[in-house]
Design a protein around this ligand. Structure first.
Ligand SMILES: C[S@@+](CC[C@H](N)C(=O)[O-])C[C@H]1O[C@@H](n2cnc3c(N)ncnc32)[C@H](O)[C@@H]1O
Length: 294
């Protein structure tokens, strides 16, 4: 690789996820599977977002903050063929996976990875990017206001910050499913929402005022509705299975035993009740996007 992994200073103390909480499940491999499926199933929506960005010129240097396994990194590399992307994340496992994917795609000379805790008061040297991208990562920050100021300081003058956020996990099942426990999925979400409110209170926030308070100028905002029928994409069943598995980790102790048993039947990948076998699935969710200039 011509642009090797660059360890950020002080990374040794950040080997573990800095904020274990229900969204991460404390398990990087499980999260990585969901992030990869998310990128695969929502690829068209992600491309629509990168197409929409109000840029004056093609960016050359891009930084992807909280890049995970590279959903945004690869969408940006595809959209901007002359650009290089620096992918920053706290998780060495996610960054390793991102580098492996880049190598498999022949894109390793256009990426570099930096392992860093973005909650730190000092960020490592990330250059002077024309475009900073952060998707589903800013709500993880302990102090999002401070992180947004750091984003402004990082950008070159006139550069663009693209902030993509989500209100929550996608929904997959019809409201009357499963037959023996209708409404199960919403009850699972109600259980995890309580935990999210405690651990990631900025998820679902209105980021416009926060961006303005950080000294950025909001120049665009849009909501992208996602509604993908299982017949439209072969991975919807696997995506539902992987997501509900993570939700189970967070929701289990708050669920009624009959609901937990019904959830386990859906999660039994080889059983007749497996969610992956259902033909009535759809991916229903939203992405909110803010464009803000320095
Ligand atoms: C929900 S994932 C989103 C990943 C990717 N941006 C995407 O859209 O698929 C959130 C990412 O933020 C990273 N993250 C959370 N807190 C962080 C921190 N304090 N410093 C660096 N990365 C962090 C996690 O490791 C994870 O990869």
């Amino acid at each position: 690789m011509s642009h090797p992994h660059t360890p950020a200073h002080g990374h040794a103390e950040h080997q573990q996820h800095p904020h274990p909480h229900p969204h991460s499940g404390g398990d990087d491999a499980e999260q990585a599977e969901v992030l990869d499926l998310d990128a695969e199933v929502l690829a068209g929506h992600l491309a629509a977002i990168t197409d929409w960005l109000p840029l004056d010129a093609e960016p050359q240097q891009i930084v992807d903050l909280g890049a995970g396994t590279g959903a945004g990194t690869f969408a940006l590399l595809r959209r901007f063929p002359a650009a290089r992307v620096t992918a920053v994340d706290a998780s060495p496992g996610h960054l390793l996976r991102l580098r492996e994917k880049a190598a498999a795609l022949g894109l390793d000379d256009r990426i570099s990875t930096v392992q860093a805790d973005l909650d730190a008061a000092d960020w490592p040297d990330l250059g002077t990017p024309d475009l900073v991208w952060a998707s589903a990562s800013m709500h993880h920050m302990a102090d999002p206001g401070r992180a947004l100021v750091q984003v402004r300081e990082l950008l070159r003058g006139g550069g663009l910050f693209a902030l993509v956020e989500l209100a929550g996990f996608p929904r997959f099942l019809p409201a009357d499913a499963p037959a023996d426990r209708p409404g199960l999925e919403e009850r699972c979400h109600a259980a995890t929402d309580r935990l999210h409110a405690e651990h990631v209170p900025h998820r679902g926030a209105d980021w416009g005022p926060l961006l303005t308070a950080a000294g950025l100028t909001v120049t665009g905002e849009r909501t992208v509705e996602v509604d993908i029928d299982a017949t439209e994409h072969p991975s919807v069943g696997r995506y539902a299975l992987a997501t509900l598995r993570r939700i189970r980790t967070a929701a289990a102790e708050h669920l009624d035993p009959a609901d937990l048993a019904a959830l386990d039947r859906l999660l039994d990948a080889d059983g007749p009740g497996s969610v992956a076998l259902r033909e009535d699935l759809a991916v229903r969710t939203q992405r909110q996007v803010w464009a803000a200039h320095r």
